[in-house]
Design a protein around this ligand. Structure first.
Ligand code: 5GP
Ligand code: ZN
Length: 114
């Protein structure tokens, strides 16, 4: 998708610290981390938000979670705990309209976040 910053990251047109990439998903460091570990895991296919998911995307969404689990272990936060966040729409503060899973950890977090 033209003009999508995450599509440009996937295509290596925008710089980032890429940590994982396969045919379906990419994972890289968030540019403004809110915790010691803050990664974004995204589908390579441009899906604007959860509102745009189709039944045929179920395997892809499952893969996002499996890779999140793998990266949490790689980052050494699988036992201490972590949070997976998917912001959807304006009330949730979604800023980038390319579906992404935030993987956040490395410190204690309160819930709810407000
Ligand atoms: P949202 O609020 O849409 O769920 O989160 C978007 C996230 O993308 C934010 O945490 C923001 O810091 C991150 N972000 C925005 N632009 C870029 C970028 O160009 N590169 C990287 N690595 N992260 C970005
Ligand atoms: Zn995109």
């Amino acid at each position: 998708m033209k003009d999508c910053i995450f599509c440009k990251i996937i295509a290596h047109e925008n710089p980032c610290r890429m940590l994982y990439q396969d045919d379906l998903v990419s994972a890289f460091q968030d540019i403004h981390p809110v915790a010691p570990t803050h990664l974004l895991i995204i589908p390579n296919k441009h899906i604007p938000s959860v509102n745009h998911l189709q039944p045929e995307d179920e395997e892809l969404v499952g893969h996002l979670f499996t890779i999140a689990r793998q990266l949490a272990k790689q980052e050494g936060i699988d036992q201490s705990g972590y949070r997976l966040i998917v912001n959807t729409g304006s009330n949730a503060g979604q800023a980038v309209f390319h579906l992404h899973l935030h993987l956040i950890g490395g410190q204690h977090m309160r819930f709810p976040m407000g």
